[in-house]
Every structure is written in structure tokens, then in C-alpha cells.
Design a protein around this ligand. Structure first.
Ligand SMILES: O=C(O)CCC(=O)C(=O)O
Ligand SMILES: [Fe+2]
Length: 486
């Protein structure tokens, strides 16, 4: 157990892979300005190389993969600090024959109990799943000013009672699990399937074509041929993460597909899907705020789903050694909440009471988890819980993860109502832009945490000139541990 937990502790301080994409954005602005013509030439050469890679790959693992790991300490083949230089990513290097499967292996000390097969569940301790049909009744309409109209008093009462119950249960699940499932959630299953089919079609493209949709300055979230940089993790994953911003989406589609038909079908599915998930996200944020006795809009008012929210499509090809290679490393999400569709293939696991618990796949369900922003706004009543994905050796896995994000300019602060003299605010207010800009900082939430018995934070100490040194990092590591196990 000790060694398995050591691995978990270590990974708690990792940036969320999702945020790391923002990290790419930041660093690239510095790095991209130079040598663009050399790069173009290099890129053309690499494209030819990628074509070759594709053939080799098809003989070995049936689907197109690439991965990243540009901070990789263990593999010194890394040549670039440019996070948009996707050629340094581990899966890509593997496909080019520059890296062996064995080099993806987790160190022996981090295995053992740490590994739980993707299809094992704990019957006596499963994540709670709620049926939302009672609160999304057909007879509830939107009036012209957007206010819900319920037809008769009895129905209204029934709906209110259903909502109260769901609200309490969601609050309880968020406190104890940081996760819950929802069914009859109002997001069309046909739409989810259509989105999955479009994503699958993208992942089946040849490597060089997918790379046309790699991130750049104008499109910081795009195709990541592997997981984000993370020096000790080489995950068996590639991902396409896109913001629900129509202009950026257009740019992505134009880069990848030449046919208008292909662009349009992908674009339409993504916009419809993010709108539907954004709407559901808003409803859930209202329920979560109510469950804490807060103004129903306390969390939802930060939701910018029409511009900032993003959908991450994760692809995990069959993995030859799922016990030795991570599908997706343990992380927490830098979102308000995340909404995940894992499809038919299991693999999502939640850290609960120091144990990994598998989430049973249910294609009709969506999995919701508390992100770091709500964790902090709730003064940690709701934890943002570590989770990971375990790949498997026989079938590919595709998941959709929708991140409900605050706006860049939004100030995130602990809800005042949740504080008093004996329960002071645990975090200082900060802007989301700042949070994302420092996304690589170890233990993000801990950085804004007030120190025990003092009104200052690591951040405030920093601002007064004491740099974030090794010792401070240790402080934050232990705080992170308390965060999750209190
Ligand atoms: O693949 C999954 O089921 C979960 C992915 C995830 O946790 C994420 O993208 O943040
Ligand atoms: Fe996640």
C-alpha cells in the first residue's frame, strides 16, 4: 500500500493534463517568435516521416497514436522546449521507432496495488448515480424571457420535491466522493453518439493529417498527440481538446479537413454537444450551490460555456501492458465541474479513501466531478478528487470530457456564507487568468491556500519577495495531501 500511495502522492502535485494545455499556450508565446521558416522546412520533412510512421503503426497497434512528454527527464531524446513541437512527445517518438514500449513503463516502485484493471469495480462502494428525469420534466417550458413555467401547482410541488431530494443527494455525493453520475440528464444520447463517432473518425486519420490540427498560438487547445508534459508520466493517450468558441473551432476544422462536408459535420456536432453539456453544467452548478445553502447563481455566474468551456476527446488505443503503463495519470481538473462520457469501456478510476475505485461504464450516463474552482469556492466542502484512467490490452477506449470553465477575468473566491470565525476562508481570492497562467505550479490549489494560524498564503509570501523554494513546495505537497484526505 505504501508504495502505491507514494505514487499517488507524487502525482497530486502534477498539473492537470487539461490545464497543461494552457501551459503550452503560455510558454509558446515566448518560444514561437523565432525561427519560423526553419521550422516550416523541418515540419515538411517531418510530415513525410509521419506518413511512414503511420504505415509502421498500422502494422503494430491498429490505430493512430502520438503522445507527448516534452519535460521527460528519463528520456533524453527530447530536443525541444517548445511545447507546440509535438515531435518530442513520447507516443510520437514511439511510433517513429525512437522509443520502446518498455520506456513507457512506470517504475517498479509505483506499481503493485497501484494497478487496478480497467474492468474491476467494487460492488459495495460504487459512485452514486442520480436520475434527473424528475427535475427535467417535459411540462416545464421556457417562457419568452427564459424563466421556467410549470403548468400546475401539483406538478410544481412535485418538481420542487424532486429537486430538493436530488440537491441533497448531489451535495452529499460531492462531499464524500467529489464525483457522481447522472442519467436522464437531458443531453441527447444520439448527439453524444454522433460526437463520439466524429471524434473517432478524427483519431483514425493518418498521423500527418491529425497533426495539421496541432496547437499553435491562435489555437492553443487543439490536437495533442499524447498527454501533456509531465516529467514522470508517459501516458497511453492522445487527445483532441477544443474550446466551444466558434471562430477557434472553424480554424481547427479548416486546418484539418479540406472537404466542407467533413468540417461541417464535426463543427456542428461539437457546437451542439458543448451547448447541451454547458446547459446541463449550469443546472448542476445551481444544484450544487443550493445544496450548500448559497445563492443558486453563486457558481453558475462564472460559467462561460459559449466561449471558454472545452471538450476534451480522449483516445486510449489498446495498450500492450496496461499494468505497467498509465492510460491517463492521476490528476484533478482545473475546471468548475467536469462532465465525462466514458462510453462502453471502463477505465476511469477515482481515488477514494486511499483506494482506487472503478467507475462502471454506462453509455446512458454522464459522470460529473468537482473541479478545483468549485472546490475553492466551496471552501473545500466539496473536494476536487484525484482520478485516472487505466487502459486495456484488447479494445480502444474513447471518452468525452467537458470542462465547465470560469471566464479569464473572473475572480474566484470562497463563498462568504461558508465562512465564519471558526471556519475562516481557506483560500485567498484570485483571478482565473492568473490561475491558468501559472498552471504548471505544483499543487495549484495549495498555492492560494491560507497557512494555518496565519492570514498569509504561499502566494502572499511570494509577493513579499520570498521566492517559492523547495521547502515551500514541500509545504504545499503536504497541504495537498490534507486537502484530499481530510
Ligand atoms: O477518460 C476518462 O474517462 C476521463 C478523462 C479525464 O479525466 C479528463 O480528461 O480530465
Ligand atoms: Fe480529469
Amino acid at each position: 500500500m505504501a508504495s502505491s500511495l507514494a505514487a499517488v502522492q507524487k502525482q497530486k502535485n502534477a498539473p492537470s493534463h487539461h490545464d497543461d494545455d494552457h501551459h503550452h499556450d503560455k510558454v509558446t508565446n515566448k518560444n514561437l517568435s523565432s525561427s519560423s521558416s526553419n521550422k516550416k522546412k523541418k515540419k515538411e520533412e517531418e510530415e513525410e516521416e509521419e506518413d511512414l510512421v503511420c504505415d509502421v503503426r498500422e502494422m503494430t497497434i491498429t490505430n493512430d497514436v502520438d503522445d507527448d512528454d516534452n519535460n521527460n527527464n528519463n528520456n533524453n531524446n527530447n530536443k525541444s522546449n517548445n511545447p507546440f513541437d509535438v515531435t518530442t512527445r513520447s507516443m510520437g517518438r514511439y511510433l517513429r521507432g525512437e522509443m520502446t514500449v518498455e520506456e513507457f513503463f512506470l517504475p517498479e516502485k509505483d506499481r503493485g496495488l497501484y494497478y487496478l484493471p480497467h474492468d474491476q469495480y467494487q460492488e459495495d462502494d460504487e459512485m452514486p448515480v442520480f436520475d434527473l428525469s424528475g427535475i427535467l420534466q417535459q411540462s416545464v417550458e421556457q417562457s419568452s424571457n427564459g424563466v421556467e413555467v410549470v403548468h400546475d401547482a401539483a406538478e410544481a410541488k412535485q418538481k420542487e420535491a424532486a429537486e430538493d431530494l436530488i440537491c441533497r443527494m448531489m451535495g452529499e455525493a460531492s462531499r464524500t466522493w467529489g464525483f457522481f453520475g447522472v442519467v436522464n440528464h437531458g443531453v441527447s444520447l444520439e448527439l453524444i453518439e454522433r460526437m463520439r463517432a466524429r471524434a473517432q473518425r478524427f483519431f483514425q486519420l493518418p498521423v500527418h493529417q491529425k497533426l495539421k490540427g496541432a496547437p499553435n498560438e491562435r489555437l492553443p487547445l487543439a490536437y495533442f498527440p499524447g498527454t501533456p508534459s509531465f516529467h514522470y508520466s508517459k501516458c497511453w493517450n492522445e487527445a483532441l481538446q477544443l474550446e466551444s468558441n466558434p471562430d477557434k473551432l472553424q480554424l481547427f476544422c479548416e486546418s484539418v479537413w479540406s472537404e466542407e462536408h467533413d468540417r461541417e459535420s464535426f463543427r456542428a456536432a461539437l457546437l451542439e454537444c458543448t451547448a447541451a453539456l454547458g446547459e446541463l453544467g449550469g443546472r448542476i452548478l445551481v444544484l450544487l450551490a443550493k445544496s450548500l445553502g448559497l445563492d443558486p447563481n453563486q457558481f453558475k455566474r462564472h460559467l462561460r460555456f459559449e466561449s471558454k468551456a472545452s471538450l476534451r476527446m480522449n483516445h486510449y488505443p489498446p495498450c500492450p501492458h496496461p499494468d505497467k503503463i498509465e492510460g491517463l495519470y492521476a490528476h484533478s481538473d482545473a475546471s468548475m465541474i467536469s462532465i465525462v462520457h466514458q462510453g462502453l469501456v471502463g477505465g476511469l478510476q477515482i481515488l477514494k479513501d486511499d483506494k482506487w475505485v472503478g467507475v462502471r461504464p454506462n453509455p446512458a450516463a454522464l459522470v460529473v466531478n468537482i473541479g478545483e474552482a468549485v472546490m475553492m469556492m466551496s471552501n473545500e466542502r466539496f473536494p476536487s478528487v484525484m482520478h485516472r484512467v487505466v487502459a486495456n490490452s484488447h479494445e480502444p477506449r474513447l471518452s468525452l470530457a467537458f470542462f465547465c470553465m470560469p471566464g479569464d477575468e473572473d475572480v474566484i473566491s470562497v463563498a462568504e456564507k461558508l465562512t465564519n470565525e471558526s471556519h475562516p476562508a481557506k483560500f485567498i481570492p484570485f483571478s482565473w487568468k492568473e490561475y491558468i497562467a501559472h498552471i504548471w505550479r505544483e499543487d495549484r490549489p495549495g498555492y492560494y491556500r491560507k497557512k494555518k494560524g496565519s492570514s498569509s498564503t504561499d502566494k502572499e509570501d511570494d509577493d513579499q519577495g520570498s521566492s517559492v523554494n523547495e521547502d515551500n513546495n514541500h509545504d504545499r505537497q503536504s497541504l495537498a495531501t490534507t486537502e484530499l484526505h481530510d
